[in-house]
Design a protein around this ligand. Structure first.
Ligand SMILES: Nc1ncnc2c1ncn2[C@@H]1O[C@H](COP(=O)(O)OP(=O)(O)OP(=O)(O)O)[C@@H](O)[C@H]1O
Ligand SMILES: [Mg+2]
Length: 459
């Protein structure tokens, strides 16, 4: 069943239930109060009769006077113990026949249903004792057909049924309107999703009114999700095209040297050596590049960190020792405080530091300095070199994927332009920051800011 039909049906049934309940209560309360009022009026009349008429007088006197109190369709009786009727006046014989006189010592009232010409009719009977001092002198009984009540009852019932049906009708119309209003954005969303499914192209929902309700939140969330999806798709296709472009150059080199080898064989030994050398170095480059690609793909996933306590001082000392041994470069570590402990993924932080030192070594020939500092919130790592520096207008681009300042030079140094991009992604995962200050010709300083208490990256 469609949600609109469900909402419509439920609201209507609920409305009907409430209306029937309320109307029943109204109906019975009306009947009760009307009968109560009639009852009070009859008791009042009975009291008046006993005040005005001396029931010990002769039969003709009593009955003559009682007649004055008769209304349409009523009877008045004086009854003695054992239900012995001693006086009775009536203008409705049928009525008085149907209701037998009853003696009572206490005040009482009752309603009786009797059959009449047009269906049933209510009769109200009240009885009060006649007392002379302490002695009971019988009881007075008055019975009256509640003619008006039946008519009013019918009218009231008709009105209530009419109101109930009207409410049900309004509820159907209102329910349909409400259901349509609620369902419109959802239908829009379903339509958009179906279009996405058919075409495979992410598409946003058109939000017509700013209703600020849950449905709009749902549509906005959906749109944000589509935005992210689109962004990711663009990133992905950009990456594929950038990566293919990057792989194309070394592959072209390999292919052309392989062609030379095929044409000339190994006759020209010098040429063959050069070709093999070039093929080997380009193949190594491709291998390194593919490893970096894998690294990058892993970093796109946000749950890749293995967080532990890391002492930056000992970490830097061990990295520097390894690099100094391999590259025979002067790298100096400065720090005033030890240990400097942060919560981070040690391998990833090590990777960032190596990326920075690798750049410093590639783009400078003099000493390289590493400074470790700490402020209230951050551990700060500076890597400083006195090399060629980066032109000011290039600095904003150097974190982009595959971006290299001097393509020809980078080719020689073997860079693919991914190092700083990876470093930035790792810093982002650690909720840290990376900043670069550089002056062309005099050197570069890269600063890493890592939060000391990194509780949020553990979540
Ligand atoms: N310390 C530095 N001095 C001068 N130029 C730098 C320095 N660090 C980075 N650059 C410039 O920024 C560019 C991007 O650096 P990045 O580390 O991302 O790539 P890469 O070093 O070329 O290659 P990869 O690190 O992927 O091997 C470099 O090509 C280089 O031009
Ligand atoms: Mg680099």
């Amino acid at each position: 069943m469609k949600i609109t039909t469900k909402i419509n049906l439920l609201t209507t049934v609920w409305m009907l239930f409430i209306m029937v309940l309320i109307n029943t209560v109204v109906f019975f309360l009306f009947m009760k109060t009307t009968v109560n009022m009639e009852e009070a009026a009859l008791f009042q009349k009975a009291g008046d009769i006993l005040k005005d008429i001396d029931t010990n007088q002769s039969s003709s006197y009593v009955e003559e006077n009682l007649k004055d109190y008769l209304t349409d369709h009523s009877f008045i009786r004086i009854i003695q113990p054992k239900n012995k009727v001693i006086h009775e006046v009536t203008n409705d014989l049928k009525l008085s026949k149907k209701i037998k006189g009853k003696y009572t010592k206490t005040k009482q009232a009752q309603t009786r249903l009797i059959s009449a010409e047009n269906g049933e009719e209510q009769v109200l009977v009240v009885r009060i004792p006649i007392n002379n001092g302490n002695q009971s002198n019988g009881s007075l009984e008055i019975g009256e057909r509640l003619m008006g009540l039946e008519a009013r009852k019918e009218l009231l019932r008709a009105i209530l049924v009419f109101c109930t049906l009207l409410a049900a009708l309004l509820s159907i119309i209102g329910g349909r309107w409400l259901a349509n209003m609620i369902m419109r954005p959802i239908s829009n969303m379903i339509k958009t999703m179906e279009e996405i499914e058919m075409s495979g192209v992410p598409k946003k929902i058109n939000i017509q009114n700013e209703t600020k309700d849950e449905l709009q939140t749902m549509a906005s969330t959906f749109n944000r999700m589509i935005d992210r999806l689109q962004e990711n798709l663009e990133k992905q296709s950009q990456f594929v095209s950038d990566a293919s472009h990057e792989l194309k150059t070394p592959l072209t080199v390999i292919k052309s040297y392989a062609n030379i080898l095929r044409r000339q064989g190994l006759e020209n030994k010098e040429m063959a050596d050069e070709a093999i050398q070039a093929i080997h170095s380009e193949a190594t480059r491709i291998q390194k590049m593919t490893e970096t690609f894998l690294d990058l793909t892993n970093l796109e996933k946000e749950d890749v960190l293995d967080i532990n306590e890391v002492n930056l001082v000992s970490l830097c000392e061990s990295i520097l020792k390894q690099l100094k041994d391999v590259y025979r470069r002067e790298i100096i570590l400065h720090y005033e405080e030890s240990p400097i402990i942060i919560k981070a993924d040690e391998l990833k932080i090590k990777q960032v530091i190596i990326i920075l030192l690798d750049n410093a070594m590639k783009y400078s020939n003099e000493k390289i300095e590493v400074f470790l500092e700490k402020d209230e919130k951050h551990a700060i790592i500076h890597v400083k070199d006195y090399g060629i520096g980066i032109p000011a207008e290039e600095i904003e681009h150097i974190f982009e994927r595959f971006y290299r300042v001097d393509k020809a030079r980078s080719r020689k140094t073997g860079g693919s332009g991914l190092g700083l991009h990876i470093a930035k992604s790792i810093m982002k995962l650690h909720k840290g920051e990376i900043k670069i200050k550089s002056k062309e010709g005099s050197g570069t300083k890269v600063e890493l800011f890592l939060p000391i208490s990194n509780r949020n990256i553990e979540d």
